[in-house]
Design a protein around this ligand. Structure first.
Ligand SMILES: Cc1cc2nc3c(=O)[nH]c(=O)nc-3n(C[C@H](O)[C@H](O)[C@H](O)COP(=O)(O)O)c2cc1C
Length: 667
């Protein structure tokens, strides 16, 4: 692999004029803190720098700490301080390198240790002082403490540790195909030279020196890349539409809004490998004729913004931004635009309004942004993950990209795996991988031997795929057939304890809050659906007169109303808002029926429908529940079984939580 990277780079340099070779190597050398001797063979020098930057071997210990948002939330800041304190107090000459997220978020904080001559070993749960102790035992005994080992990397130039499994063979990683995430958690995201040593910016240099914009659009079309932001629109077609517009000013926008609940792929990419995104953005701008590019990113992503800002500065210092980039005649500037974090601002026309300083509300389409977008100029908007694919496609070619994934949807997709699954995190698989493989092989299945009920895929625009359909190949065509969609890649696993009516209610509640209010079907219709769902979980005791009748009438309205909202809303938010309701009704109708007819919640989630009682054979009359009940609904004497008065019980669950004997029965 490393040799491939070198060849790619040397091949790219070969197409540059001699003076640019030297310029490039001088900048690379400077980034390593070395002065390029000049005159020496560029190839030989480049090899040397790449070797040190790839860290296949090292002459001093290196500690890598996962310091993405997930790592920091798990305590990576303390890990970093403890490791620093340890090596300083012991006067050890070691490097401590912050890296991003490798994907296994459930095992954070993650720490890797690489000793001279040996391969890098990865540890999970490296919390604070434990990390320092772990490092001490490696340095003192030259042995790898086994308890929290995840696995070792394999480098060609250093020795493998005996009896330590390879990280690549870990069940979480082995079924994955990592293209977009290939550097995440491995390189220092704040170092452009580390990115370059792994083949970075070869695509941009190749594009601007060897290819016309038309060539690049054709490569994208041949690759079959589809937008990863949700809609799956062919990227080549979008780029060509903008290229073909005759306009002196065009814009390119990276959509890093990521508003879907359950999605964190784009944030992790911006934090862990910002240059991959920036390079894709620059190639896109070149291919479409844009000279100004924006990254629209929510202000709630401060670490991602910091890393992108630093990376843009490095890009400029390396000459990849500005006027006449690397003597190619191509000019580009990249601007970060912070959004206030509204879901609708991810919709492309709302996003354009937001960048223009207007309210984030959608515009009717057509005209589509490539025809008339930002400031009425042709504008391409692409998602972070879409752009993160570009450099690999330019360097490796369209045929390489179509060699994996499905015929209709080549390439990989990154999913944010969360919910009731053993291994949560970021997963990148070839499109067409089955849901079963993602949940069971990669995710490790459901905790506590519970039964898997469904996976919610695609955020509010998506739907729930029930467990009996897990063998379908996930791609842009198959998911809509089962009432879901790829969306941006949030994948939330649900087990037998999840109530599907409650899941639908959660998404409807989200949508009603996030609807911008511009069009009536979305503004009023989604509120109506939410109120119907609320009536479904309303207990009989809070009903009066004809409430029950109107409740039935509303339930009958649910599906037709959803159809009207889908058909008549102005933008994708309203057009997809009813999807979670429709897909849960389609696949979990019996749960709706239990709520509507029997007024029970089979999963025991909808508290208003639950009834609490005490099993007299199990209750020992300890009075703990009686004392704590906030409604004084529990009767009984010490030493005798207690009793819950149904009319007084509010269903808060305090008695169940407090009973050490498990005597409280909930139905
Ligand atoms: C309500 C709504 C929210 C959206 N949010 C995002 C988002 O956060 N990120 C994103 O890339 N696309 C989002 N999209 C899709 C974008 O409108 C657009 O299709 C996408 O950015 C195009 O990039 P792509 O072709 O690379 O996928 C959203 C769409 C809708 C309707």
């Amino acid at each position: 692999m490393d040799n491939n990277i070198r060849h790619t780079w040397l091949d790219t340099l070969e197409h540059l004029p001699e003076a640019l070779h030297c310029d490039f190597i001088t900048r690379l050398a400077a980034s390593c803190g070395i002065t390029f001797p000049g005159g020496a063979s560029v190839k030989r020098e480049m090899d040397g720098y790449f070797n040190s930057l790839l860290r296949n071997d090292t002459n001093k210990p290196i500690v890598y700490i996962g310091m993405g948002t997930c790592g920091l939330a798990a305590g990576a800041g303390d890990t970093y301080s403890a490791v620093k304190e340890y090596i300083e107090s012991k006067h050890i000459a070691a490097d401590v390198i912050p890296v991003g997220c490798i994907g296994l978020c459930c095992a954070e904080p993650l720490m890797d240790v690489q000793l001279p001559g040996k391969t890098r070993v990865s540890f999970r749960n490296a919390i604070g002082k434990k990390a320092a102790a772990l490092l001490a035992s490696m340095l003192d005994d030259g042995k790898v403490p086994r308890a929290d080992v995840l696995g070792q990397f394999s480098h060609t130039q250093s020795m493998l540790w005996e009896d330590i499994p390879l990280l690549a063979e870990h069940p979480f990683f082995s079924p994955q195909k990592r293209v977009v995430l290939s550097n995440c958690g491995i390189i220092n995201p704040l170092s452009i030279s580390e990115y370059i040593a792994r083949g970075g910016y070869a695509a941009l240099l190749k594009a601007i020196h060897k290819n016309t914009p038309d060539d690049i659009c054709s490569i994208m079309t041949a690759s079959g890349l589809r937008g990863r932001g949700g809609g799956g629109f062919p990227t080549g077609k979008k780029w060509r539409a903008a290229l073909d517009r005759n306009s002196p000013v065009k814009y390119f926008v990276c959509n890093a809004d990521e508003g879907d609940p359950g999605a964190f792929m784009d944030r992790a990419l911006c934090e862990s490998d910002p240059h991959r995104l920036l390079e894709g953005l620059a190639v896109g701008a070149y291919a479409t004729g844009a000279q100004t590019a924006y990254i629209y990113i929510r202000a709630e992503y401060p670490l991602a913004i910091r890393h992108l800002t630093k990376a843009i500065g490095e890009m400029r210092a390396f000459g990849f931004l500005g006027d006449n980039i690397w003597d190619s005649g191509f000019n580009l500037d990249i601007v970060i635009k912070k959004g206030a974090g509204a879901f609708v601002c991810g919709e492309e026309t709302s996003l354009i309004n937001s960048i223009e300083g207007k309210r984030g509300m959608p515009r009717p389409r057509p005209p589509y942004p490539p025809e008339k977008g930002l400031h009425e100029r042709p504008t391409v908007i692409n998602n972070v993950e879409t752009l993160a694919n570009i450099s690999s496609i330019v360097v490796m070619g369209a045929d390489w990209f179509t060699s994996f994934g499905t015929k209709e949807s080549p390439g990989t997709k990154v999913f944010a795996l969360s919910g009731k699954v053993v291994r949560t995190g970021l997963v990148e698989v070839s499109i067409g991988t089955s849901m079963r493989d993602i949940v069971y092989a990669i995710g490790g299945g459901i905790p506590d031997n519970k039964r898997c009920k469904a996976v919610q895929i695609g955020g509010p625009s998506g739907g729930c795929v029930p467990e009996h359909l897990f063998n379908i190949e996930i791609d842009y065509h198959t998911l809509p057939e089962v009432g879901a969609m790829m969306g941006s890649g949030g994948l939330v696993v649900m087990d037998e304890d999840n109530c599907m009516v409650d899941v639908a209610r959660f998404f409807m509640d989200f949508i009603t809050r996030e609807s911008c209010g511009k069009c009536i079907p979305c503004r009023e219709g989604t509120k109506r659906i939410l109120s119907i769902l609320n009536s479904i979980i309303r207990p009989r005791k809070s009903e009066q007169d004809t409430d029950a009748l109107s409740r039935f009438r509303d339930v009958l309205d649910l599906v037709p109303l959803a159809g009207v909202i889908k058909a008549t809303s102005l933008c994708g938010l309203g057009q997809s808002a009813p999807n979670p309701v429709l897909s849960t009704i389609r696949w979990f109708r019996e749960e709706y029926e239990a709520h509507v007819f029997e007024r029970t919640c089979p999963a025991g989630v909808c508290t208003d429908l639950l009834t609490y009682s005490i099993d007299p054979d199990t209750c020992i009359g300890c009075t703990a529940c009686l004392v704590k009940c906030p409604e004084n609904a529990i009767m009984g004497r010490k030493g005798t079984p207690h009793y819950i008065v149904p009319d007084k019980c509010s269903g808060c669950g305090t008695c169940r939580d407090i009973c050490r004997k498990g005597a409280v029965v909930v139905r």
